[in-house]
Design a protein around this ligand. Structure first.
Ligand SMILES: [Zn+2]
Length: 179
């Protein structure tokens, strides 16, 4: 399948909807991160987030799990899933809000209990946009050969028990848990 990937100001992008795309951001001619959702010029209202490549790679590796959740959701089952991508960034699937999100979180302490809460910094994608991304993500990533050398934090040497990338909230959950 040929996917509509094109150069945009030096970046490689995948259009997922009208004036909405996901793109690789290059710095010093090296792929540095993923920009979702990239806005077209003139559109300054829509939010966007930059996802470091090691988190993007982690998300891609978990794609089959995400696919199962999406299938469940499309079958009409109720799905609320939150997947930790690293640092304060979560990926969220939500029947209630009819969208998926890449969203920054923060920790709130209430009655001595730590709780992870969403901030307003993040992007939402409709299920249609997201399904399009899922169908094309492999081909999209293949355009960036350097991606093969990027590994998620938990496979890096500096990763350890106190890793702030993987355990930013400490008492919260291992990186591989859906919650
Ligand atoms: Zn780590």
């Amino acid at each position: 399948m040929v996917i509509p990937v094109s150069d945009y100001n030096g970046n490689l992008k995948l259009e997922v909807g009208v004036n909405r795309s996901i793109s690789f951001v290059f710095r010093n001619n090296t792929p540095d991160s993923i920009h979702a959702i990239r806005r077209d010029p003139g559109n300054t209202k829509e939010p966007s987030v930059e996802i470091p490549l090691q988190r993007w790679v982690r998300w891609v590796k978990l794609e089959s799990g995400i696919r199962d959740q999406i299938q469940d959701l499309l079958r009409g089952n109720y799905v609320e899933a939150k997947l930790h991508l690293g640092g304060l960034m979560y990926f969220i699937l939500s029947s209630e809000f009819r969208c998926v999100q890449f969203r920054q979180h923060y920790i709130r302490v209430e009655n001595g209990q730590k709780m992870v809460n969403a901030t307003r910094f993040g992007v939402s994608m409709s299920f249609a946009e997201f399904y399009f991304l899922l169908c094309n993500v492999e081909e999209f990533c293949a355009k960036i050969p350097q991606l093969q050398h990027v590994v998620p934090c938990y496979r890096r040497r500096q990763h350890g028990e106190g890793c702030r990338e993987c355990y930013p909230f400490k008492s919260f959950a291992s990186v591989d848990q859906w919650s």
